[in-house]
Design a protein around this ligand. Sequence first.
Ligand code: SF4
Length: 643
Amino acid sequence: MITKTFSQEGALGKAIPGFQPRQAQLDMAEAVRKAIKDQSQLVIEAGTGTGKTFAYLVPALLSGKKTIISTGSKNLQEQLFHRDLPLMTSALGFYGQVALLKGRANYLCIERLGRQMIESHGTHTDPTLLTQLVKVRSWASESKSGDLGECDAIAEDSPVIPTITSTNDNCLGKDCPNYTECFVLKARKKALDADVVVVNHHLFMADLAIKETGFGELIPEAEVFIFDEAHQIPDIASQYFGQSLSSRQIQELAKDIEIGYRTEAKDMRQLQKVADKLVQSASDLRICLGEPGFRGNWREAINSPSIAREVERVREAIDFAIEVLKLVLGRSQLLDVAFERAHTIKGRIDRVCDVSITGYSYWFDTTPRHFSLHITPLSVADKFHEQIELKQGTWIFTSATLAVNDDFGHFTSRLGLKPSAQFSLPSPFDYPTQARLCVPRYLPEPNSPGLADKLVTMLAPLIEQNQGRCFFLCTSHSMMRELGERFREVLSVPVLMQGETSKQKTLAEFMELGNALLVATGAFWEGIDVRGDTLSCVIIDKLPFTAPDDPLLKARIEDCRLKGGDPFAQVQLPDAVITLKQGVGRLIRDKKDKGALIICDNRLVTREYGGVFLASLPAIPRTRDLGVIEDFLHQISVTNNQD
Ligand code: SF4
């Protein structure tokens, strides 16, 4: 059946113009079919261009079993749901139900919108806010899904969104007067009735972690679980199997207490005092934690007397909130829930302040206005394995980057997986013809002073000659900023820098310009798909080892050492290999793409471990001569212009 479906005369051949059967795609589809039949675990690395999405969709749809598909991001989720899934359902004549399910924060909460409207009519009216709320209300009356991503009236990062969406903490649940109209519940109901549900890893893991407490989950039970971009799961799972407390949660609680006071308990002046104290104590602790954009060790930080004092103040503010809210119990749903939330926050403060428990990393991070305190388990393997055992069924993990030198141990051990099959499928691209890899000669040492200047001097002529069409992927924000500024001084082609506008807008601008250099970090290393001659060169500043002072990495290193392992070989190196594979994967996106990859790190050729990186990358011909790369890029331009 699978072979026939993937043939030129089969369902896919008929539905997709120019469809060419690919052995790797067929092998993957067959393995997925078998795993579904046997209810087993399957891990597949499918190189770029294998067509892995159809390779799992077809057997899943043909199986008729309830399936959850989880992708790496909301964008990929939408792409799968709106583009790939409809194509496959119509090709296969699948008449089952399909549903898209996002996290709560994406759906309008009618109850909270109503309260915000009342509140914004009060004394402190902000006219822009009120206009936005009115627009959202009129959109909501027409919307079927309540998905705020579909509402043009507010930007995707609008500060209004958290005030009109719900969280597990503040949702009124069955006591909500809008329960029957609730968009979150409607989305959940749709997911319950559907045969195939598309979610994302953050939602899946958040839900799995909630299920441990048996409260508030959205994702229905299923027989088949498929994870695309699965390499992201261990880190995402760690976030959700831990616990966090953020100043945002405290401020949101304060905000709701204030709304409750203004709308339903006007005689309780103390409530205003409670709200003020919560906001003040949270912002004092934020200031005390120092510079924004910092990640630090919480175990060490809490030893500082000033930080300990501010934490104590937050604790007192919460205790005060609990005392006052107790006096208004039964008068307002909002304040009743606030009472419970205050208790939850108190529990979390106690938990993050008890730094004596082993097996966890205690860390904090700061943004300009907020802080978050986190406890992250060093390993989620046991918990994840437990969940798999509990749920039973088929578990399939796939991505273009799972193996390190053909070994899947790094991935499977972090999740406690016991796959009955695991293998890599080669990319169908002809790398020896399509690409070149260069580690230039005379490179400065990584982290040496003046590195950015030297790289700019070395690479600006090549970028200029190539008329931009280049990604410069950096391993740190500081390097990105330095390089971006220097390149702007010397290049005549446009230089875009990540963070100056949204990721999607930056990418759209890069494609539209057609001759730009994009200097980026983090988010641009993966999930970006620029085809054709708009992107013909990817430069990487150095091997992407995570900074050893990252508290999470530090904790994993410590854990590995305690277990008698080799942290470099078992933690740092495999992490860096997977990241490098992702970055390299930006270059060749289809059979017609051609381009050059430049990695500015001597260690790739001088250190023994460089071999592990090289063995994990596609077979791209290598050179140390930048001149060879210039010629190769020039040749690509000439050929493209002739076309
Ligand atoms: S049930 Fe929860 S999410 Fe739904 S409208 Fe009510 S408060 Fe909002």
